[in-house]
Design a protein. Structure first.
Length: 330
């Protein structure tokens, strides 16, 4: 890490009008991310600090990809929702869903309700969606009794850890996505699109450049192709940004695959953009790249984690006990 970045992150931030200041450091010097912003002094107004130091906030987020604010008492849905209003009047809705969620506020959601005994693979939020969000923010209301971390990975590093051949293949071909939406496996189309109107589904698909085919009354097949490697619009960094790994058949549990008769029955699958298969070996290479680029930390009540969605990926570890992590995208 450069001395300039070290100086930027190791100093106390300017004092806000309410007497509040923030001490910044790097949580993992070895990894170089994320930024940790600790509350100091008697005030606990994170919203006021960000509002008065927007450029510093943006610089840190875009430099390191993620900022974890701790000690500011953002421990309710209402407080988190009030904080998010700093960035947009109305955060984005979770459309084109890939996992079950339920709202706890105005476009504030409980993170995926996937069973607690399983991990959730690394991904950038809705990177498969032609209209992906730029940022995702998490807030810890109740940490798990055991585990339940939200691992984060630098997508710049993920790309660097891939072999030249694999990297170039994804650059040249992109990723083809295939989703089979049924009531029996995965999510039905009504939940994915948050509507029961087929005409509205078709309009959404047309707007997004997605081919949709009604296989029968309850089965909808979606196909589309999207870039796998992107240049960040603000930093210019080249990043790994796709769901090619997350949706691929080789990341499914073996027990689940044993009940599937063919790939056409999989809820989700991915291919290279020309329709050729992504091999099991290539998927394993991506998994190892994510592993090398990942950092984990235990949640504390009131933690707020900002992630630049293109620069950083995230996942979820298994957990025991109650766990309430909420999120919003914009």
């Amino acid at each position: 890490m450069s001395s300039r970045v070290n100086r930027l992150l190791s100093t106390k931030a300017p004092t806000a009008a309410n007497g509040k200041s923030v001490d910044f450091s790097i949580m993992s010097p070895e990894m170089g991310f994320p930024v940790l912003g600790l509350s100091t002094g008697s005030g606990k107004n994170l919203k006021a600090w960000i509002d008065e130091n927007r450029e510093e906030f943006k610089t840190k987020l875009r430099s390191q990809g993620g900022i974890l604010f701790r000690g500011f008492g953002i421990d309710t849905v209402a407080k988190f929702q009030d904080l998010i209003k700093l960035f947009v009047d109305k955060p984005l809705e979770y459309k084109m869903r890939s996992s079950p969620r339920y709202a706890v506020g105005d476009n504030v959601y409980h993170t995926t309700t996937y069973p607690s005994e399983y991990s959730i693979n690394m991904h950038s939020e809705s990177s498969y969606d032609p209209n992906h969000p730029s940022n995702i923010v998490f807030c810890c209301i109740v940490p798990a009794e055991e585990q339940g971390e939200t691992p984060i990975a630098d997508n710049r590093k993920v790309l660097q850890y891939l072999s030249d051949a694999t990297r170039q293949k994804f650059v040249d071909l992109g990723v083809k996505y295939v989703r089979n939406l049924t009531k029996s496996l995965g999510l039905p189309w009504q939940e994915v699109f948050q509507t029961t109107d087929k005409n509205q589904v078709e309009e959404i698909c047309a707007e997004k450049g997605i081919t949709c085919n009604w296989a029968d009354e309850d089965k909808l097949v979606l196909t589309w192709t999207k870039k796998a490697v992107w240049d960040h619009p603000h930093t210019g960094d080249t990043v790994w940004f796709n769901h090619g790994y997350f949706f691929n058949k080789y990341t499914y549990d073996e027990d689940f695959l044993s009940i599937i008769e063919s790939d056409d029955d999989l809820p989700n699958n991915t291919y290279f953009g020309d329709g050729s298969p992504i091999s099991k070996e290539e998927i394993e290479e991506i998994r190892q790249a994510y592993k090398k680029a990942t950092f984990e930390f235990p949640w504390q009540t009131g933690d707020v984690l900002f992630l630049d969605n293109m620069l950083m990926a995230h996942g979820r570890n298994p957990y025991k006990g109650d766990r309430k992590i909420i999120a919003s995208i914009f």
